[in-house]
Design a protein around this ligand. Structure first.
Ligand SMILES: *Cc1c(COP(=O)(O)O)cnc(C)c1O
Length: 382
């Protein structure tokens, strides 16, 4: 294969990152704290319009701390979107709490308010309400937060927004991730902007964020002899990586625009092909289109989907199925889940038919043409 590999969502540097890294070296702030960390936190908070932010080693770590701050205890239940990456749900297990999975709705592919209402109804009947709800904004599309917040507020349950894929998205005129008690961003290498690895916890509750900073620094009390009262973690982001993040944050809007343009171009080229449907965008705001996701024709078999993926792979193009729902994962086989309609999981249908195309903001038009023509060939395969 002579043509170079086209990845799903590779990092895309702006060229500004090195300046911040050089500053860190020049000042010898080679540590999990320092001026880049402080500035990156301020800049992210300002960019999305919240009171504060805490830079951490990963989005998963940010979710873990959010669950602690929400008061989750061993044995508690946490309601969580089923159609997501496992980084959303592993932190529930870290807490020895029990995830209960909520299905998707068709309009947003995200948490179904109807299924959530059902889960709350039953929880109320048994007298065991969840301690928190984790809502995911899949592929940059915000969930129906108005309905979801209305339900959770009625029960007084805190909402944690997993906005790992929706940094730069808007929902009803505000940034995605800023409606719940806590929001979480990820700067993993494949995300819309990256620090190679990293995450951010955001909130308007500065006291809670101070506590997060404390827990993320081994719960070290302010005493010269290293005093400890509680269990902590080593979760703070390095000053060098925060420098990468600052260089990336400056081009966030451009990155979102480019991903959206890539989506539009795929749509123009592939709409009308054999029952193909693209992930919808709700009228409530702007998606990041982190990944261009589409559905193959109804009734597509798993082997057919694999055949398409394999064909692309042979031509050195990485495409992936939509996330396998958590309620179908062996690790969660004992867990409860609530479908959108009785006996019918929307997330299962999205998984069965769903594919994600290469969507990195660095993808050139020529590379995208290669993907489009190869994908058309794959759809013609018998
Ligand atoms: C990437 C991702 C995470 C995890 O973020 P990390 O920084 O890799 O820990 C969590 N949830 C979703 C939806 C993600 O896409």
């Amino acid at each position: 294969m002579t043509e170079s590999r086209i990845f799903l969502s590779p990092p895309h540097m702006s060229g500004e990152e090195q300046k911040f890294i050089d500053e860190a070296f020049a000042s010898n702030w080679i540590a999990p704290l320092g001026p880049n960390v402080d500035a990156f936190e301020r800049e992210v908070a300002a960019a999305v319009g919240v009171e504060g932010a805490v830079a951490l080693v990963s989005g998963t770590a940010a979710l873990h701390l959010a669950l602690i701050l929400a008061g989750v205890e061993p044995g508690d239940t946490v309601f969580c979107s089923s159609l997501t990456f496992i980084g959303s749900t592993n932190p529930i297990l870290y807490m020895n709490a029990e995830p209960v999975f909520i299905d998707s709705e068709k309009q947003t592919w995200n948490m179904s308010p109807r299924a959530l209402e059902k889960a709350f109804d039953e929880a109320k009947k048994t007298g065991v309400l969840p301690r928190a709800v984790i809502v995911v904004h899949l592929y940059g599309q915000s969930a129906d937060m108005k309905s979801i917040m209305e339900i959770c507020d009625r029960y007084g349950i805190p909402v944690i927004e997993d906005a790992a894929e929706s940094l730069g998205a808007t929902y009803r005129g505000k940034a995605s991730g800023t409606y719940g008690k806590f929001g979480v961003f990820s700067f993993n290498g494949n995300k819309i902007i990256t620090t190679s690895g990293g995450g951010m916890l955001i909130s308007d509750d500065l006291e809670a964020l101070e506590k997060a900073r404390f827990l993320a620094s081994q719960a070290r009390e302010p005493a010269e002899h290293y005093q400890h009262r509680e269990m902590g973690y080593n979760y703070r982001l390095s000053n060098i990586l925060a420098g990468v993040g600052r260089g990336q944050l400056g081009v966030l809007e451009e990155r979102v625009d480019r991903r959206r343009a890539i989506f539009e171009r795929y749509c123009r080229a592939l709409s009308g092909m054999k029952g193909i449907e693209f992930m919808p965008e709700a009228s409530s705001g702007r998606s990041t289109r982190w990944l261009t996701a589409l559905l193959l024709e109804p009734g597509t078999s798993a082997s057919r989907r694999s055949q398409i993926i394999d064909h692309m792979d042979r031509h050195n193009i990485e495409i992936r199925p939509v996330w396998k729902p958590m309620h179908r994962q062996p690790i969660f086989k004992e867990c409860r889940s609530y479908p959108h309609e009785s006996g019918n999981y929307v997330a299962d249908q999205l998984f069965a038919r769903g594919l994600c195309l290469p969507s990195g903001s660095g993808l050139t038009d020529e590379q995208q043409d290669r993907v489009i023509s190869c994908f058309k060939d794959a759809l013609e395969l018998q």
